[in-house]
Design a protein around this ligand. Structure first.
Ligand SMILES: NC(=O)c1ccc[n+]([C@@H]2O[C@H](COP(=O)([O-])OP(=O)(O)OC[C@H]3O[C@@H](n4cnc5c(N)ncnc54)[C@H](OP(=O)(O)O)[C@@H]3O)[C@@H](O)[C@H]2O)c1
Length: 269
């Protein structure tokens, strides 16, 4: 019986790269993204040119009812989900007091509630599949205290912590959970521009989504627990442990002063 990889946020950026990487590895796909994001066209392209079966669902992952609609779709179409890839995420940069309330609620829903509930609702189907695996896309932001990324970083810290704990429980079911914590990625046009004007070390740490997707899927297939892609990102993590507090504080205050107070930058568009 055919098995499928379910990928959220598959219409663009890292999610689209993950979809193409999985299709290249002959995985059938169930792709998810918001309506009007070009998902039907991407699904059609993959089906026509890459010889795998592709389903797609256009749903808002900040809406609780939609988690149940996804589980219903899987059950009604008898799809055997072998891989669940929680990639959809809402990025942001801005001072907390300037963030729009509804934006914060949506960010928490997409980054925390959606992956948690999709795992919860799809686990029963995955338990009956051999060598099932979950890939959760977290971020380097989950390791640091970052002004202007306070909610975003905290949502990713949740995902990292939740995944590590759940991985221990799911060993008995032979379901692996891999967490990938990328640094900067050249996904949206805005991020590509912002990444280009970074100082040397952060600029060199930025990865293309295609490279990050290859690393992520390799890690999932090898059932690795946590991956930080890129040599410089790994070094930055070690440096964070070694650098004295005052140097880190000085780097942080430079970041605070980069943009005027109160200015919100939504990075996902
Ligand atoms: N870019 C980076 O520098 C970076 C670094 C580290 C980690 N990450 C993580 O990598 C993942 C992908 O990031 P990206 O840069 O590829 O982001 P992106 O280009 O903005 O894509 C985000 C994806 O999530 C989907 N999405 C957003 N809100 C949604 C909602 N309410 N319902 C359903 N789908 C929704 C988007 O769908 P639509 O196209 O329909 O809007 C899109 O497919 C995220 O989890 C992010 O936190 C990114």
């Amino acid at each position: 019986m055919k098995t499928y990889a379910l990928i959220t946020g598959a219409s663009q950026g890292l999610g689209k790269a993950l979809a193409l990487e999985c299709a290249n590895r002959e995985m059938n796909l169930l792709l998810l993204a918001l309506p009007n994001s070009g998902l039907p066209q991407l699904s059609h392209f993959i089906k026509q040119h890459m010889g795998v079966d592709v389903h797609h669902l256009e749903l808002d992952l900040s809406v609780v009812e939609n988690y149940y609609l996804i589980a219903d779709y899987v059950r009604n179409n008898n799809l055997k989900i072998q891989y669940l890839i929680n990639n959809a995420g809402v990025l942001s940069r801005g001072f907390f007091d300037a963030l729009d309330d509804r934006f914060v609620l949506k960010q928490i829903a997409v980054n925390i509630t959606a992956p948690t509930m999709l795992i919860k609702l799809l686990l029963p189907y995955m338990k009956s599949t051999n060598n099932a695996a979950i890939l959760n896309i977290s971020s380097m932001a989950s390791f640091f205290a970052l002004p202007k990324k306070q909610v975003y970083g905290a949502t990713k810290a949740y995902l990292t912590s939740f995944s590590k704990s759940l991985a221990k429980e799911l060993k008995k079911d032979n379901i692996a959970i891999t967490i990938i914590c990328p640094g900067g990625l050249n996904t949206t046009t805005r991020l590509c521009y912002q990444n280009r004007i970074l100082s040397w070390i952060p600029r060199k740490s930025v990865l293309n989504p295609e490279d990050a997707a290859g690393i992520a899927i390799n890690a999932m297939m090898k059932r690795r627990e946590l991956i930080v892609p890129g040599f410089i990102n790994k070094c930055l993590l070690v440096l964070d442990k070694l650098l004295p507090r005052f140097i880190k504080d000085s780097l942080t205050s430079q970041e605070i002063n980069k943009f005027p107070a109160g200015k919100l930058q939504k990075l996902s568009s």
